[in-house]
Ligand binder design. Sequence first.
Ligand SMILES: Cc1cc2nc3c(=O)[nH]c(=O)nc-3n(C[C@H](O)[C@H](O)[C@H](O)COP(=O)(O)OP(=O)(O)OC[C@H]3O[C@@H](n4cnc5c(N)ncnc54)[C@H](O)[C@@H]3O)c2cc1C
Length: 323
Amino acid sequence: MTNLTCVVIGGGISGLITATVLQRAGIKVTVLDKGRGIGGRLATRRLEYGESCIGIFDYGAQYFSIKQPQLQVWVDDWLQQGVIKEWCRGFDEVDGKPRYCGVNGIRSIAKYLAQNLNVHTNTKVIKLNYQDGWQVLTEDGQFTADILVMTPPVPQSLTLLDDSQITLSTETRENLEAITYHSCIAILALLEQPCKIPAPGGMSLETEPLVWLASNDQKGISPNGYAVTLHATPNFSKTYWSKGDEEIAQMLLDSAAKWLDSPVIKYQVHRWRYSLPATFHSQPYLALSELPLVMAGDAFVAPKIEGAVLSGLAAAEYIISQQ
Ligand SMILES: Cc1cc2nc3c(=O)[nH]c(=O)nc-3n(C[C@H](O)[C@H](O)[C@H](O)COP(=O)(O)OP(=O)(O)OC[C@H]3O[C@@H](n4cnc5c(N)ncnc54)[C@H](O)[C@@H]3O)c2cc1C
């Protein structure tokens, strides 16, 4: 047990993994997230119509697979605890590689990790100060820590550092500014009838304006509502970002009509400004030499859950190695 304290900004998968590993090493960790729920881009939401029609939608990350063996121990635990399940072994083609999804939606993974951590949601960090330790100012309070881990999408972390007048070396700043993200507009559509997306219920598309369609009921997370998630391409999302919800939904639902093949009872539009990183940092985390500050997240490894987990693990291992 050490007396060290750490604040992790961001309760997405990378922040939660870092926090879990640090806590196991005896560091006192606090996770702060601005979202109403935990999970960041591991996002699941309900849409209801009447009393009995309840659609449950994964509207950010849809599923994950793993290539790196160090993730197996986490996946085994999540499987054993009933947090995740195997969705399928491929969509257009079966390749034998398990694709995992949350048993009750992808956010379940974040909820499971958060249950053993000191997590504050609805807590937006607005300013940082370092003087004999970190003072982390939120919209309605302050936290202190010896070490700070930042896991928001990199442009948001840079804004926070700028607002706090924390200057980075020119090289670090240039490296971080080079990290860019695609945006993605998602539609959550509650249908009257089952859709025509073929089993197992997920489809990648290669033509504009849609990149992905998924049936959450076929996936098994929406037993009481026919719930389809649509993801628009980066190009469509950028072009139509500021248009009204109705106009966007009309275009995307029309494009998916053949696969939906049902009247839409209700829909929601969600805009992911930072969806998938398009360019990456060259290392799995960034540690500042001048301050006890480490940055992590998918943009430091790869644009997927596995990348975010690997970055979170690497950041935690680095911090532990410095003690
Ligand atoms: C539409 C979409 C589809 C995707 N599909 C897949 C998929 O099928 N498979 C896959 O593997 N991956 C997929 N991904 C990518 C995957 O979701 C991400 O790689 C991963 O979830 C990133 O985790 P993270 O912890 O790095 O970041 P995030 O999940 O973005 O977490 C960052 C957190 O920081 C918080 N935050 C930001 N600023 C502040 C602040 N000032 N104060 C407090 N908190 C703050 C945010 O609220 C957020 O919770 C998809 C992503 C999107 C958006």
